[in-house]
Design a binder for this molecule. Structure first.
Ligand SMILES: NC(=O)c1ccc[n+]([C@@H]2O[C@H](COP(=O)([O-])OP(=O)(O)OC[C@H]3O[C@@H](n4cnc5c(N)ncnc54)[C@H](O)[C@@H]3O)[C@@H](O)[C@H]2O)c1
Length: 511
């Protein structure tokens, strides 16, 4: 751009793997915005004077990438607003990545199976060998995740997500958007630093905040225009029906109606309890989750599970109630006490074990819990939830480490261990039951380095913990199914475990 020339507007740029639906997404967005979409592959074919496949076969991949990069970079450098769809391999070029930085890059997600089904047998040169295709899919994940400011589950999410996608340009620098797909409707998940008070509020209507005393004091003011605030005591001991009743009655006193919404501002305790209150109050009012702990930002704010504990067992009364939006301001983590940070790290390790791939590599490599890790964990969890919202199958993998973890919390009266601390111990038990000696050692070292317990308190009776796993909500008939790990990224649910093995795995935690 020449000096003094007016700044160019950012464009919406759809990126993604072969078969993701980038061109469809761009067409839909452009149609809604009343502009012509720019399809880089189509323009490239015009420039090459024939099909991409023919050029590829004749001249080879390197020559093709050179032409692709030159054209794509030129288009991105000159784009003034508008909508573009990039070719699947364009991000390999540094010049393209640099030119993309001033735009809103939107990744259209596609899983390997779907991509292969769409691309194979259509003459695409890179979709001939399944093995090479899978390797390329894995390899491109990292580059596209790093470039994307937004991730959509598929191209058909564009019409509903368009307003939020456009809102990214005005959001604080570095803000990212995940579009969560659920049976009850989709919703935006905003993740970034300094969102509170600066992100345009995602829902119309009066806002009634539920928060705990620690968090309300620090952050309720930053939410701006609140019509009311209900404070609960901090900590797991407040996640009860009695507290829920207090919240319901406060909402009723304030005259909250279905045109209003609840804002759950705090950690997982507030998120679960306020979400449950919103699910039941007048048979359901919307809730916006505003998570302020690592546990909540990497895990509990997503997926719509809400509820309270009973003295008999954890999370025993609850409801599925998907949020209308999630606003995760990672700057709030700066005031989180170190022990709470550590507790959240257990959920990060759990999520990384389930997701495998790049997230596991980062976590196993000792990465700190930064915005990228928060975003990657949220994305991994939402992908599992989208596949099985109501816990009928795949979602149960999210329970990794939680069967023993919840049992430890229950037998210690929800007071001795933070949820994340109990999950840390539960993960070690699950890895023992999985027969994963080396991985158990690796995970124990990560947890210990984060300040998490890897040894169970001597006062806790292993037999009581083993017995409490029988209260697990996943129990069917006589046996409680376990989530076991074959390798990072290969986790299975519904595994039967012998009582003696379980007891031994818990006893080992005392050693
Ligand atoms: N619904 C789900 O899918 C799901 C998933 C995982 C965990 N959970 C639930 O989450 C709960 C644990 O959540 P948690 O670990 O966030 O605990 P928490 O909500 O009790 O928060 C921990 C402590 O940190 C304080 N705090 C919160 N944000 C702060 C901030 N930014 N600065 C300073 N202090 C702050 C709180 O006041 C509290 O004292 C458990 O009840 C667990 O069952 C639910």
């Amino acid at each position: 751009m020449a000096a003094g020339a007016p700044a160019l507007n950012p464009a919406l740029v759809f990126i993604g793997f072969m078969g993701a639906g980038k061109s469809t997404a761009a067409r839909q967005a452009a149609g809604a915005l009343g502009v012509q979409p720019v399809d880089c592959d189509a323009l490239l074919e015009a420039e090459l004077g024939g099909s991409i496949e023919a050029f590829f076969d004749r001249e080879g991949e390197a020559a093709f990438r050179e032409r692709e990069a030159a054209l794509t970079a030129r288009l991105l450098e000159g784009a003034d607003g508008g909508v573009l769809a990039l070719g699947g391999g364009a991000l390999a070029s540094e010049r393209v990545r640099a030119a993309l930085a001033r735009h809103t890059a939107v990744l259209v997600d596609v899983d390997l199976e779907t991509a292969w089904a769409r691309a194979h047998g259509r003459g695409r040169p890179l979709a001939r060998s399944r093995e090479a295709f899978a390797a390329r899919h894995a390899e491109r994940q990292a580059a596209s995740a790093a470039a994307a400011r937004a991730v959509l589950p598929s191209a058909d999410a564009v019409p509903a997500a368009l307003e939020a996608l456009r809102g990214l340009a005005a959001a604080p620098a570095g803000t990212r958007l995940l579009w969560a797909r659920t049976a009850g409707g989709d919703h935006p998940v905003w993740i970034g630093r300094g969102l509170l008070g600066r992100l345009a509020w995602p829902l119309a209507g009066r806002r009634f905040c539920v928060s705990d005393e620690h968090v309300a004091e620090r952050y309720a003011g930053a939410l701006g225009d609140l019509a009311g605030l209900v404070e609960i005591p901090p900590g797991e001991a407040a996640k009860t029906l009695a507290t829920a009743e207090r919240v319901w009655r406060a909402l009723a006193d304030m005259g909250v109606t279905r045109a209003d919404h609840v804002v759950a501002l705090g950690g997982g305790v507030v998120g679960d309890l306020a979400g449950f209150c919103a699910a039941c109050y007048q048979r359901g009012v919307p809730v916006v989750q505003v998570p302020t702990t690592v546990v909540a930002q990497v895990d509990s704010a997503y997926g719509g599970k809400t509820g309270v504990d009973l003295p008999e067992a954890k999370n025993y009364v609850g409801a599925y109630h998907q949020p209308a939006a999630v606003v995760a301001d990672t700057a709030t983590l700066a005031t989180l006490p170190p022990e709470e940070h550590a507790a959240g790290y257990a959920e990060v390790v759990k999520t990384a074990l389930i997701a495998g791939g790049e997230l596991w590599d980062r976590v196993a490599g000792g990465a700190a819990v930064d915005d990228d890790v928060v975003f990657a964990c949220a994305r991994a969890k939402l992908a599992v939830v989208a596949a099985d919202e109501r816990d009928g199958g795949r979602r149960q993998v999210l329970n990794l480490g939680h069967t023993v973890g919840h049992a430890i919390e229950t037998v210690t009266g929800y007071r001795r261990y933070r949820h994340g601390e109990a999950v840390a111990l539960g993960l070690l038990a699950a890895l023992r039951l999985s027969g994963q000696d080396a991985l158990r050692g690796e995970v124990a070292a990560l947890l210990a380095a984060a300040g998490l317990p890897t040894v169970l308190d001597a006062a806790v009776d292993p037999a009581a913990v083993a017995a409490a796993t029988r209260q697990d909500k996943k129990r069917v008939g006589e046996s409680t199914p376990f989530v076991l790990v074959d390798a990072p990224g290969a986790v299975r649910h519904g595994a039967a475990v012998a009582a003696a093995d379980l007891l031994a795995a818990v006893q080992e935690l005392r050693a």
